[in-house]
Design a binder for this molecule. Structure first.
Ligand code: XLS
Ligand code: NI
Ligand code: NI
Length: 399
């Protein structure tokens, strides 16, 4: 199980989540917090984070540059703060197997990014974002991180009336290409990942879903340099199931990482809940197994405690429950594979394409004239049952 399930703690939710929401004040008061955003506090928090990971037995973590260290007054000061915390994290990693699953730059919180980062109409903001990603790539590399994620947050628009979509997409593509170049320059071997999300906070984001992101990568010649980080809650927001997004990524050779969380279909917001649904986890794990695993990616718990969960113990319960759910999903997939009935049902459903004509079509040689002749010879096709209820029954009985 350990080979299949690489778990990661998301620093921003677990150590910077306050329990606040648009209508309510923060609810958490962790014993190590002093209510400031000082460098000393950032250090104490990082130590608490490592203690948490060690107690939990998880050896991967994910972070944004700005969650782990406070902003300074200038970029120089901000980078110096970051260096201090990264140095501490590096020391805390010594003698453990702990390292980042991925790092990323937070390009959405600061007011300078109100129009976007790489898609901002302001060239100075584009440059600032570049400088920030440069540094974030370097520290991820320094900490032995295995991947680097791009999730823009504000790379989209509220209305096209004031937006030049073509220019923004081209800027974004150039930005990502420059990130690839810098990655190679510093010798970072990790995978670069794009994390699709349809909207929120902007009305429309350019990386709407896996298929949209894939066509963007293709159009700008970036395939081969990027994989996809599928977040289940983002799938919900784009009107897809997580399974659909995972399969779309997988069959295109793009499945690199999973932000293992879940949303609420009745809330319509990235609620980032821990995934505890065994059926959902089984579908997720079936894609992972078909993908031959995710390495060097894994499962990042991009999930937060509910506002009402305020005990330190709840941090443990949430992560343990998230891990157990994925593990049970994996077990169920093993059961389904060993039983073989579901695979057999799918195989049978397409077996007419194993015929001579079917093979011809699959080889791209099914010309319309030949097929018309066949129809005249065969007559009206007799179409067999799709066996959907049987498929659902086989799936459910493995849970
Ligand atoms: C937000 C995203 C974010 C990314 C990292 O919705 O999920 O948390 O994973 O920037
Ligand atoms: Ni995410
Ligand atoms: Ni999200």
């Amino acid at each position: 199980m350990k080979d299949w399930l690489w778990f990661s703690v998301a620093f921003w939710h677990t150590f910077r989540g306050t329990g606040g929401d648009p209508f309510g004040a923060p609810t958490k008061s962790w014993p190590w917090e002093d209510g400031t955003n000082s460098l000393a506090m950032a250090k104490r928090r990082m130590k608490a984070h490592f203690e948490f990971m060690e107690k939990l037995g998880v050896d991967r973590w994910c972070f944004h540059d700005r969650d782990i260290a406070p902003d300074g007054k200038t970029l120089v000061e901000t980078n110096a703060n970051l260096d201090e915390i990264v140095e501490l994290a590096k020391e805390l990693q010594v003698g453990t197997d702990i390292k980042p699953l991925w790092g990323t730059a937070q390009l959405f919180m600061h007011p300078r990014y109100m129009h976007g980062a790489a898609t901002s109409p302001e060239v100075k903001v584009y440059a600032y974002a570049a400088a920030q990603v440069k540094k974030a790539l370097e520290v991820t590399h320094y900490l032995g991180g295995e991947n680097y994620v791009f999730w823009g947050g504000r790379e989209g628009y509220q209305t096209l009336l004031n937006t030049d979509m073509k220019r923004e997409l081209e800027h974004l593509a150039n930005f990502l290409q420059a990130a690839v170049d810098h990655k190679k320059k510093i010798g970072f071997q990790g995978t670069l990942l794009i994390e699709p999300k349809p909207q929120e906070p902007t009305k429309h984001q350019y990386d709407w879903d896996v298929a949209t992101s894939f066509s963007f990568l293709q159009k700008y010649g970036l395939t081969g340099e990027f994989k996809i980080n599928v977040e289940c809650n983002h799938a919900t927001l784009s009107g897809h199931s997580c399974h659909h997004e995972l399969e779309t990524a997988r069959i295109n050779g793009l499945l690199g990482n999973i932000d293992a969380n879940t949303g609420d279909p009745q809330v319509g917001w990235d609620t980032d809940e821990f995934l505890t649904d065994i059926s959902e986890a089984t579908l997720v794990m079936s894609s992972v197994v078909k993908n031959g695993g995710l390495a060097p990616g894994g499962f990042n718990f991009d999930a937060k405690l509910r506002r009402e969960s305020t005990d330190v113990e709840d941090m443990f319960i949430a992560h343990i429950s998230g891990m157990d759910t994925m593990a049970r999903g994996l077990r169920n997939v093993a059961k389904l594979i060993e039983d073989g009935s579901l695979d057999e049902l799918v195989r049978k459903r397409y077996q007419s394409f194993d015929s001579e004509i079917g093979a011809m079509i699959e080889a791209g040689k099914g010309d319309f004239e030949t097929l018309e002749k066949k129809v005249l010879e065969w007559g009206e096709p007799i179409v067999p049952s799709g066996k959907q209820e049987l498929a659902e029954m086989l799936f459910q009985s493995a849970l």
